[in-house]
Design a protein around this ligand. Structure first.
Ligand SMILES: O=P(O)(O)OC[C@H]1O[C@H](OP(=O)(O)OP(=O)(O)O)[C@H](O)[C@@H]1O
Ligand SMILES: Nc1ncnc2[nH]cnc12
Length: 188
């Protein structure tokens, strides 16, 4: 599903993403087609358009904000999630890589193509019953998003949705996210 708000420069979201997300072959290793969002971040109109579109699932059909926190996963999820939280008028929660958060955490480990990764959240970051929006740049295997959902559930919170810029559909990430509302600005 592609959202078609227009940017201040008059471009549709699809035009913005086509123009400002760079496809870098064989990075970080041969065979991986890396989606580089840095040109998008450097373009104020495009960055603003994308942040507002990523925030949209945090509102209902009448425009009322229906979440009380936005979560972003280290590190690119920070760059997109924090401004989206400000846009919605809610707080931001960093989901961090292992060993970075100073207070008591929940931790979830998940497998990568090569090896394993661990994500953590402060145990007091999401209150029981609190509805949160999860934001990241790329949904590839779905491992990062699935770990984040598990962390929210360990806090007793509710994931209202996962909102991402780019979904790599050919990796079938949604199979790891059963029952989760996934909102992707572009599916490739
Ligand atoms: O769906 P998955 O297979 O889990 O992959 C998606 C994740 O991979 C990247 O994070 P990564 O930690 O690799 O890089 P970053 O530190 O630059 O955000 C990206 O920002 C997503 O968080
Ligand atoms: N192809 C890709 N491009 C950018 N970030 C990613 N994270 C996982 N796969 C990725």
């Amino acid at each position: 599903m592609t959202v078609s708000e227009t940017a201040a420069d008059g471009r549709s979201l699809e035009e913005t993403l086509e123009r400002l997300v760079a496809d870098v072959p064989d990075f970080p290793e041969p065979g991986v087609g890396f989606k580089d969002i840095t040109p998008l971040l450097a373009d104020h109109a495009g960055f603003t358009q994308v942040v507002e579109a990523l925030a949209a699932p945090g509102r209902d059909a009448d425009g009322n904000v229906t979440v009380t926190k936005v979560l972003g996963m280290e590190s690119r999820g920070f760059i997109l999630g924090a401004p989206a939280a400000l846009h919605l008028g809610v707080g931001f929660v960093p989901v961090r890589k292992a060993g970075k958060l100073p207070r008591e955490t929940h931790a979830v480990s998940y497998s990568l193509e090569y090896g394993e990764a661990t994500l953590e959240i402060h145990t007091d970051a999401v209150a029981p019953g609190e509805r949160v929006l999860v934001i990241d740049d790329v949904l590839a295997t779905g491992g990062t998003a699935a770990a984040t959902i598990e962390l929210v559930e360990r806090c007793g919170g509710v994931v209202a949705g996962v909102s991402v810029l780019l979904e790599l559909g050919f990796l079938d990430p949604r199979s790891k996210l059963p029952g989760t509302q996934v909102h992707s600005l572009l599916v490739s």
